[in-house]
Design a protein around this ligand. Sequence first.
Ligand SMILES: Cc1cc2nc3c(=O)[nH]c(=O)nc-3n(C[C@H](O)[C@H](O)[C@H](O)COP(=O)(O)OP(=O)(O)OC[C@H]3O[C@@H](n4cnc5c(N)ncnc54)[C@H](O)[C@@H]3O)c2cc1C
Ligand code: SF4
Ligand code: SF4
Ligand code: SF4
Length: 406
Amino acid sequence: MLTETSKGIVFEPARCTQCGGCLAACKTGSLKALPTAHGLFHISWHEENCNRCLACIRTCPAHRLPLAGFDPAKLDGALGFSLAFARDRQVRSHASSGGAGRLLVKTALGSGLANLAYTLKNAAAYPWAEGCFWQRGDDIASMPNSMYLPILVMKNLRLQERQNSLLVVGTPCQLMAAEVLAGKKADRLFKVAIYCKQQKDFRATEYYAKRLKIPKGGEAPGSIHEVAYRGEGWPGRVLVNQRSLAWEQAAGVPFGKRLWRVPGCRFCPDAFGLNVDLTLLDPWGIRQKNPLGETLVVAWTSEGLELLEASGGELQIEGISPEDGKSAINLGDMCRKATLVNYYLGRPVALRARLAGIGEQFQGRMYETLLGRFSLPSIIHKLIAHAPDLRDVFLPKLHSCTRRRQ
Ligand SMILES: Cc1cc2nc3c(=O)[nH]c(=O)nc-3n(C[C@H](O)[C@H](O)[C@H](O)COP(=O)(O)OP(=O)(O)OC[C@H]3O[C@@H](n4cnc5c(N)ncnc54)[C@H](O)[C@@H]3O)c2cc1C
Ligand code: SF4
Ligand code: SF4
Ligand code: SF4
């Protein structure tokens, strides 16, 4: 997070979500991203050219994220739930879920609904993807599926000219930054949120590599030269240097136990995104492992419905009931995360929330140390993945989350 102090612009790494928005906001080149431990970036401020315009601070989502809160009743305001998948089997199989993310970009540009789009493109060098503008006719085969490492995705979102309509696909914190960056330069802004409860630092990728017996080598990316976190069916496989592991085996520990999180993710209560048009997620709980995949799509606005309508030729879309849609989403997990935001902010919280926060931190550090130091057999990974969550001891599975909007 960036704040203005008497000493100038100060970077607080513990609150940074690694969205990259501040780098795009700064027109004087006064901010630089320096790689630090575990693949995370430190934003350094150079006062010489800084004109104190504070655009970087206005763009930084870390100030606004905790205010978002999470209210399960938000789902009652959704305009529709659907399962969507690419009609093209190859596209569908390469995607994270069903390929809605990539096809919404392609069809919004193809139909003229958006005249420009912004999301990730594959890159040859680490971190193997970067935020780019997309235009009509660009090949979506060069769009990665879910990337679970810090990328500073929004750092290239600099609009040179005014646009009629811009579509941005990204995680909720990135979309908050995008909204400020696009500002008055885009007459119409379509926002597609990638549902996101946590981003990982590079240690999660090292964990996959270790499980695949790839020798460790120095600082990130070390001996790792190729990754794909999803794809090859649903929920798919993690690939590192040509070796692959089923997603369920790979992700149970880092995602299930919330290890190696990007620091700022602890302060982010709303995985859906505030004021977005569509949210895309995995249909956990309503779909079994299968050779292809589907994306669960939540439409929040009429613009979201327009995007879906424009994609009809390439995306097969089947409406589902709100009950089925909600049952695919682990609302209890979102509520617990939202409850702990105030604990991590150091604000006074109820005793239960305090104990749950202490428990989560203790459990996380213990697993990170254990898994970082030792090479453990698969059975231990399985046991850790299924071990009780200390948060559950202190916070009921589904308790009410308070609605707090900015
Ligand atoms: C960090 C992260 C955490 C997630 N956590 C969950 C979760 O807990 N539960 C759940 O159900 N779903 C989660 N998802 C969403 C899920 O992985 C799929 O992205 C989603 O279902 C869309 O799949 P798709 O096949 O439609 O997308 P695809 O067609 O595969 O397109 C993926 C789109 O996501 C964009 N993208 C990929 N990685 C990133 C990134 N790091 N930052 C910004 N944009 C990115 C790509 O540019 C592309 O536009 C997460 C995704 C990410 C990136
Ligand atoms: S205050 Fe303005 S010029 Fe200075 S670092 Fe921030 S965006 Fe750049
Ligand atoms: S959260 Fe984003 S905008 Fe804020 S400091 Fe980190 S990278 Fe910059
Ligand atoms: S959990 Fe929140 S802060 Fe972290 S990457 Fe996802 S949207 Fe951003």
